[in-house]
Design a protein around this ligand. Structure first.
Ligand code: NAD
Ligand code: IPM
Ligand code: MN
Length: 354
């Protein structure tokens, strides 16, 4: 079986963390005697600089021919004033669409050793373990029209979904709940939005197909509050694209840092893409201090979902936990009594623990 992995480092800390994940995968391949074949391709700002487009065809083709894709992050101040179609983020949205990566799974699990690293009270976050299932290829991000009107004096963005786009992500969330603690929280804005009303109807219809899963509807504003006041009430959260984007950065606070949140972006059938939830962090890029753990855990998710290598994935997750338990931390993780390490030092510690 081939294990072709496409690396899309992207911009800012994207490149720093993706080579950390590659080192960790190489350690896994030594230990378990498997081989991975890596190739790197441009996406985002660096692709604009090198090819005049944030998503070169060559990159799309390489991803389509791969067994899995790892993506670092895109974006940065250099390209912030570019026209919309020449922004790095367009490359990311484009590859998600091209690979039909409709299901973005963002697990939020605090490591016991990092309870103190969160600004939230330990007794609130203790025991929190949830999964955000975010729709990734629809909604406001892709709806048309999306443009300036009336000589720039008005603007429109469109929130549109087909029923089947909603059905497939809601099914995915029910199935994810069945594999976990069988509780699903559907987050919407059904008191205002037509799209949310249809979303809620579908969840109500579907729950008959998954009788072992308990279902609850929560409005998104209240969900934002509950996530940081009583996070242990959640098991699986399912929501549309934009709500999921916002709630997942918020949920990262439970883990101590945005640099701890991995994700898997999956298609119905086809190649999966694995990406940390964080961005290119221009404020710390180039300093060698980024936390590589979100990216490394994304690589573990890749081993699990795309390669069915559970033991190998577990080895990575155990190594991360072991290093954190030894009190090593990167600068984003507050720890008054620990040992502060750089990106490469943290990576080496994890490699050694494997
Ligand atoms: P960001 O996620 O890049 O950073 C937010 C804050 O978290 C910053 O203070 C940053 O230093 C910190 N942070 C993020 N990841 C970290 C890590 N691994 N280790 C330590 N600290 C970390 O969000 P932003 O600053 O709002 O956006 C910067 C750029 O990234 C923008 O161009 C945005 O569009 C892009 N972005 C890309 C992705 C992606 O490629 N998936 C995701 C989010 C944002
Ligand atoms: C994420 C990012 C992206 C998103 C941006 C960079 C387009 O914030 O992966 O969460 O909003 O999906
Ligand atoms: Mn985001």
């Amino acid at each position: 079986m081939s294990n072709k992995i496409v690396l899309l480092p992207g911009d800012g800390i994207g490149a720093e963390v993706i080579y950390a994940a590659k080192d960790v995968l190489e350690a896994v391949s030594k230990k378990f005697n498997t081989t991975f074949e890596f190739s790197s391709h441009d996406i985002g700002g660096i692709a604009i600089d090198n090819h005049g487009t944030p998503l070169p065809n060559e990159t799309v083709n390489a991803c389509k021919n791969a067994d899995a894709v790892l993506l670092g992050a895109v974006g940065g101040p250099k390209w912030d004033n570019n026209p919309s179609d020449l922004r790095p983020e367009r490359g990311l949205l484009g590859i998600r669409k091209a690979l039909d990566l409709y299901a973005n799974l963002r697990p939020v699990k605090g490591f016991p050793k990092l309870l103190h690293a969160s600004p939230l009270k330990e007794e609130i976050i203790q025991g929190s373990d949830l999964l955000i299932v975010r729709e990734l290829t629809g909604g406001l991000y892709f709806g048309q029209p999306s443009e300036r009107l009336d000589n720039g004096n008005a603007v429109v963005d469109t929130l549109s979904y087909t029923k089947s786009e909603m059905e497939r992500i809601i099914d995915k969330a029910f199935q994810s709940a069945q594999l976990r603690n069988k509780h699903l929280t559907s987050v919407d804005k059904a008191n205002v939005l037509e799209s949310s009303k249809l979303w809620r109807e579908i969840v109500e219809e579907k729950k008959n197909d998954y009788p072992d899963v308990t279902v609850e509807h929560v409005l998104v504003d209240a969900a934002a509050m509950k996530l940081i006041t009583n996070p242990t009430q959640f098991d699986v959260i399912v929501t549309e694209n934009m709500f999921g984007d916002i709630l997942s950065d918020e949920a990262s606070v439970l883990t101590g840092s945005l640099g701890m949140l991995p994700s898997a972006s999956l298609a119905e059938d086809g190649v999966g893409l694995y990406e940390p939830a964080h961005g290119s962090a221009p404020d710390i890029a180039g300093k060698g201090i980024a936390n590589p753990i979100a990216m490394i855990q994304s690589a573990a998710m890749m081993l699990r979902y795309s390669f069915d290598k559970n033991e190998e994935a577990q080895a990575i997750e155990d190594a991360v936990e072991k290093v954190l338990n030894q009190n090593y931390h990167t600068a984003d993780l507050k720890n008054d009594n620990g040992t502060l390490v750089s990106t490469t030092e943290m990576t080496q510690l994890i490699v050694d623990a494997i």
